[in-house]
Design a protein around this ligand. Structure first.
Ligand code: FAD
Length: 477
């Protein structure tokens, strides 16, 4: 396979996988010596710096990618700095002939990629990018009025007209040999893992970053959970969702693989899994696509209200003590505390509980959604530049196709409905282990529990306050 041609560069980004990686497949096909590089870019404008939990994940994912490439006689070259400088310097250093990557959709990322593409073309280097991480690239679908979509269902219907998507690509059988002597940072020197204190024990117990971990999760989901997905995905104790979100975030598995993996051919003969379960799962993949559609059209989605009238929302000064109680899971509202502790311990939180804790922060504590979004960004292993702000804005009521502001989740009723036996709360709030299911979601009403705080706010009064603030915003509009 070795060739005397100019070296090829494959630049890995949020696509840390060997299978269904069109850029890597293209790089392998050229047959020239190959350099596979990852750039830690903490400097380019408009690219969000990773939070702590994401850094932990990235370390594991890069480590796994390096090992997977080594099995193919290849290596992962690590460089850091502004991606534009690093990539162009590497291309010059190697006298590269081709550069390949899979496309990104954030505003800052697109600007960087466009500048690099121009720089490479100026040097006469062939450069090509591929669709790999979204089923529907944001510019390929528009409303009938030729606008970006703002409502999920028509968006997803339009996206589905492009389905089925292309078949996923197998991992290349063989990779061309690496170029000798190319310098690389050491992963340990990037200091992505926490040391003092090492808060990542719960993350290590919960996750296996990397492509093999992603595939194992997906196989287990198809075999054990998908059959119950539609009926029980809202119940945090049932644990029937896929937990693929961090693997998708880092591109260790692609939506193309998921789509085909749950098709009748992918599931295989004799499957008892109903189409309703498959459709529900695919529609959640659709929500991810929708978030990226929104982010593509509003790159500052994490900072700016999607609906401008929310700019006038009268946020009061932040009550720091209440905010700390929320972060630590000490609000005295059991389902909120269970969720926030799950997050701190494992870097993950069930979707239903994410909605509950977000609503509590924004509406009962009247804290600006951006503050909650930033905490999730730092603590979630799946912190996603599109899904996180889009979901926070959805709960706040300021987003596209959002829950209306006046829909305030009642955490007691939500707990009673979706965690009826109290098992989820007991799992993460051991102080409440002996409280019977009937009382567990409003433990304070039965006189409280030693060692567990009473509620830091009155749910009814704070709900009314939030509704008045919303009314004021509407009147000022
Ligand atoms: P499954 O139910 O198995 O769904 C499969 C995949 O579909 C997920 O892995 C995810 O990629 C996607 N998905 C599922 N639900 C949603 C949704 N509502 N919106 C967008 N995509 C979805 N998801 C993230 O990936 N990163 C985030 O940073 C993030 N922040 C959130 C913040 C808030 C306040 C809320 C309410 C939701 C957030 N979500 C986020 C969406 C959702 O909670 C997670 O994607 C989901 O809980 C991940 O679990 P799963 O992989 O088991 O999901």
């Amino acid at each position: 396979m070795a060739s005397l041609g100019k070296p090829t560069i494959v630049w890995l980004r949020d696509d840390l996988r060997l299978a269904d990686n069109p850029a890597l497949t293209a790089g392998a096909r050229i047959g020239a010596p190959l350099v596979v590089v990852y750039v830690l870019d903490e400097m380019s404008e408009g690219i969000r710096r990773l939070g702590g939990a994401s850094k932990w994940w990235l370390h594991g994912s890069l480590d796994a990618s390096g090992k997977a490439l080594a099995k193919h006689g290849q290596r992962l070259v690590l460089r850091h700095g502004p991606a534009q400088d690093v990539l162009l310097k590497l291309a010059d250093e190697l006298g590269a002939g081709h550069v390949f990557w899979n496309r990104r959709y954030g505003g800052g990322e697109r600007a960087v990629d466009a500048a690099i593409k121009a720089g490479l073309k100026d040097r006469g280097i062939a450069v090509e990018s591929f669709q790999a991480n979204l089923l529907c690239e944001p510019w390929t679908i528009r409303t009938k009025a030729d606008q970006p979509f703002r409502v999920f269902t028509p968006f997803w219907n339009a996206c589905r007209t492009q389905m089925p998507p292309r078949e996923p690509l197998p991992a290349p059988d063989e990779l061309p040999s690496p170029v000798d002597g190319v310098g690389s940072d050491s992963l340990a020197d990037w200091k992505l893992l926490p040391t003092r204190p090492d808060w990542a024990g719960g993350l290590r117990d919960s996750w296996t970053p990397g492509e093999d971990g992603a595939q194992a999760r997906f196989q287990a989901f198809r075999a054990e959970k998908l059959k119950d997905y539609a009926a029980h995905r809202d119940e945090p104790a049932a644990d029937v969702s896929s937990r693929l979100s961090p693997h998708l975030r880092f591109g260790e598995i692609s939506p193309f693989q998921l789509w085909h993996g749950v098709s009748p051919e992918g599931l295989g003969d004799g499957t008892k899994i109903s189409q309703a379960n498959v459709d529900k799962f695919l529609s959640e993949i659709g929500w991810r696509e929708f978030s990226w559609h929104l982010l593509f059209h509003q790159p500052d989605l994490a900072m700016r209200n999607f609906q401008p009238r929310f700019d006038a929302f009268p946020w009061p000064a932040v009550n720091e003590a209440a905010l700390v109680a929320w972060r630590k899971g000490r609000t005295g509202i059991p389902i909120v505390d269970a969720g926030m502790r799950e997050l701190w311990k494992t870097g993950f939180m069930h979707n239903r509980v994410r909605m509950i804790v977000a609503s509590f922060l924004i509406k009962n504590l009247m804290v600006d959604w951006r503050i909650g979004e930033a905490w999730f960004w730092d603590t979630l292993v799946d912190a996603d530049a599109a899904n996180n702000p889009a979901s926070w804005q959805w709960v706040a009521g300021s987003g596209a196709d959002a829950a209306p502001y006046f829909r305030v989740f009642n955490p007691v009723l939500q707990g009673e409905k979706f965690d009826a036996a109290g098992d989820y709360v007991r799992r993460f709030v051991p102080e409440l282990a002996d409280v019977p299911a009937k009382q567990i979601h409003a433990a304070w009403k039965a006189g409280g529990v030693p060692g567990y705080p009473g509620p830091i706010v009155d749910l009814g009064a704070t709900r009314e306050r939030a509704l008045r603030a919303f009314q004021q915003m509407r009147e000022d509009d």
